[in-house]
Design a protein around this ligand. Sequence first.
Ligand SMILES: N[C@@H](CCC(=O)N[C@@H](CS)C(=O)NCC(=O)O)C(=O)O
Length: 330
Amino acid sequence: MSKGLIYHKDGSFTRPDTDYRSFISREPGAEFPPEAGRYALYISPGCPWAHRTMIMRKLKGLEDIIELIQVHPYLGQDGWYFSGEMGSPPEDPLHPGFTTLKQLYLSNDPNFSGRYTVPLLWDKKTDRPVNNESSELIVMFATEFDGLIPEHLRESSKPDGGLYPANLKAEIDAINKTVYDTLNNGVYKVGFARSQESYEENIGPLFETLRELDTWLSKTPYLVGNGLTLADIRLYPTIARFDAAYNTAMLCTLDTIRGGNYPNLHRWLRRLFWNADKHGNAFYDTTAPWLHYYPGGYADSRRRIVFNADIPLIIPKAPDVEILIPKLEG
Ligand SMILES: N[C@@H](CCC(=O)N[C@@H](CS)C(=O)NCC(=O)O)C(=O)O
């Protein structure tokens, strides 16, 4: 049995630590060196943690270097599975016969008692997991494959210092921490709360951070420094889902991004989504095809996680994509 979220008596939960934490590294003699075609990234397109890694893979031009394997967009009884529908192959292309991610995790360790989560980076050469922690995967993707990609995509070619430059690291880490606590994971603390108290305790800080970020973005086009950094990439999947899924299916009801109270945050979202700043369509291409699945994906997860029951799935109606994110150019 996968250990899942750990619920407490007061209705709040703890997200267990991720299990596989090895690093791809360019250092000589590394256990997992960067190699074209050696690794596969398992994702579900609705998952915001997986979404970060999809953005980084695209942004860094790693599509021919790291294979992408997509599971069905909705969780099944046994967790993520391959369905032959909605972009998912009918079975794991690397392990014919496997139809669930659980089988993949257990193939490496039959006694594995963690969660069968995406994203998961798999080493095809030794047939075992490398890492399933998105915050670490995006750092590896940002830097460790630079020897294999065109020069203009390398961190050393970026005029503003790149995605995670040493001189901005402390500032990026500080923003990431607040964004994780109150937004990335905050929306789950609200939507997956199993008590009124826990829900109310977490919804306030969530909207407070949105307000702070909006004020901050009135002065600067990106969260940290003059260019796109890890901080923007970690915030984006949450904001892109906000109106479609968190406001509708996860009880983040106090306000929406598009409603007018967060104009700078909305502008930041639209600039990234519409590729106005020329990020190689990394944000649009990893979001637009899946926006319509977000409300259903979260309604389904909430049904399974909060109610733990096979009650009928009601998918909330979210406004049209074009209304959510009106086009913004340059
Ligand atoms: N800390 C992990 C969290 C990943 C995670 O929680 N993924 C969810 C989907 S959004 C998952 O795979 N859940 C499946 C399950 O719990 O069975 C990361 O950031 O990579």
